[in-house]
Design a protein around this ligand. Structure first.
Ligand SMILES: Nc1ncnc2c1ncn2[C@@H]1O[C@H](COP(=O)(O)OP(=O)(O)OP(=O)(O)O)[C@@H](O)[C@H]1O
Ligand SMILES: CC(=O)N[C@H]1[C@@H]2OC[C@@H](O2)[C@@H](O)[C@@H]1O[C@H](C)C(=O)O
Length: 367
């Protein structure tokens, strides 16, 4: 019997909202998503994962316990997908939960318990996708550009794929096989933090809170005065840099603003930092369109801000137009990375991460 071409991809990203899963088919032509599922994190796990983003008391033990709880959430998501699978699933490819990302120190940490996940699901698990790229001198991130090229690339067409999760990142598909990309800075992470502080909501639904305020140009300049934005690629970032203390330090330089005005300005910050990165990477040939994925694709104010920041001449669309719903792209990317692993094909792009060469990414935990 030929090996199954069905894979499950799981991604739980910097927003810490839960785990997105897809069941994908890599048989024949194309990459097809058959089903999708989402398992939200219980509030206790979410707050513990948030706490583990920075040094704290007894963190070794707490990380191990959080990894066990995380594996149970992953298993729940996998079970939902297995129940709908038309045949046996070859492997589950799981990102894990980033709790530290310090490539400049030679490490990144995605907490996880893939052995427990294999035990709970009875399916091969492929995990730990970033460390090999870092071992080869790379950033270990972003990894999605190779997948974006495989799924969304079109010959002789310059396309930009923008992921707006907690962190923002771009993939520029130059249409001639070249791909560039990097993390641009905050995606939703600062907006989420601010809206939660002032309204108690987890995120700014369709940018409504931002729309009720106005951008403060002075604060925007203060926020943009961050060396990360000026740093040349390869580069990647996370909550290690863009956290509450970072924001509060900036706001202290421009006190007394209405909360809605700060939200409007944070939305603009994400848009401007993305647009500047896109412009810098497409100087020789402008992009024909920008395709947005990640939760930020559901924020209309942010999308309009990006279009304006790009100068108005480049259409900003959803990856839905290319056949993949925005909230499925990252999980599908990990299913693809799992597929690459089983074929012993590389998952990284040295031109993006800065690694010394192409590498097979991941480690196998057999069922
Ligand atoms: N309807 C909506 N309106 C506005 N924002 C939304 C909406 N839905 C989702 N979001 C935003 O998207 C975020 C989740 O995005 P996503 O799941 O892509 O992030 P992630 O995968 O955790 O992060 P990363 O890609 O950085 O690892 C939410 O925290 C929220 O800020
Ligand atoms: C270290 C880490 O978890 N990085 C994430 C994060 O979320 C978005 C951005 O920062 C990106 O670099 C990456 O995720 C995607 C899946 C990637 O590797 O391409």
């Amino acid at each position: 019997m030929p090996a199954s071409s069905l894979y499950i991809g799981l991604m739980s990203g910097t927003s810490l909202d839960g785990v997105d899963g897809v069941l994908a088919d890599f048989s024949g032509r194309g990459i097809r998503t058959l089903q999708a599922a989402f398992t939200p994190f219980p509030a206790t796990l979410r707050s513990e994962l948030m706490a583990l983003q920075a040094a704290s008391e007894n963190e070794l033990e707490r990380e191990a316990l959080a990894a066990n709880a995380l594996a149970r959430c992953y298993a729940d998501c996998v079970q939902q997908l297995l129940a709908q699978a038309p045949g046996p699933v070859r492997a589950v490819a799981v990102h894990g939960q980033t709790i530290r990302h310090r490539p400049e120190l030679g490490f990144t940490r995605q907490t996880n318990n893939p052995a427990l996940l294999a035990e709970l699901t009875g399916v091969d698990v492929i995990a730990d996708f970033r460390t090999r790229d870092i071992a080869a001198g790379g950033q270990g991130a972003p990894l999605v550009p190779a997948f974006h090229e495989a799924r969304f690339g079109k010959p002789n067409t310059v396309r930009v794929v923008v992921n707006i999760g907690g962190i923002g990142n771009i993939s520029v598909l130059h249409g001639d096989g070249r791909v560039s990309g990097y993390d641009t800075g905050p995606g939703n992470v600062l907006m989420d933090l601010w809206v939660a502080r002032h309204t108690g909501k987890a995120y700014d639904e369709d940018g409504a809170f931002a729309a009720s305020g106005k951008v403060d140009e002075q604060l925007l300049e203060i926020l943009l005065d961050e060396s990360y934005f000026r740093q040349p690629p390869p580069k990647s970032t996370g909550r290690d840099l863009f956290h509450a203390e970072w924001l509060d330090g900036k706001l202290a330089q421009r006190p007394g603003l209405a909360p809605a005005d700060v939200q409007a300005t944070l939305t603009r910050l994400t848009a401007v930092s993305l647009a500047r990165a896109i412009a810098a990477e497409t100087v020789d040939k402008p992009a024909q369109a920008v395709y947005v994925c990640g939760g930020g694709a559901y924020n209309g104010v942010l999308l309009r801000d990006i279009e304006t920041a790009l100068g108005g001449g480049i259409p900003v669309k959803s990856t839905e137009e290319l056949g993949v719903a925005p909230n499925r792209v990252e999980a599908l990317a990990f299913a693809w990375l799992g597929y690459q692993f089983t074929r012993r094909k590389p998952g990284n792009l040295p031109a993006v991460t800065g690694a010394a060469g192409l590498r097979v990414l991941g480690a196998l935990y057999p069922a």
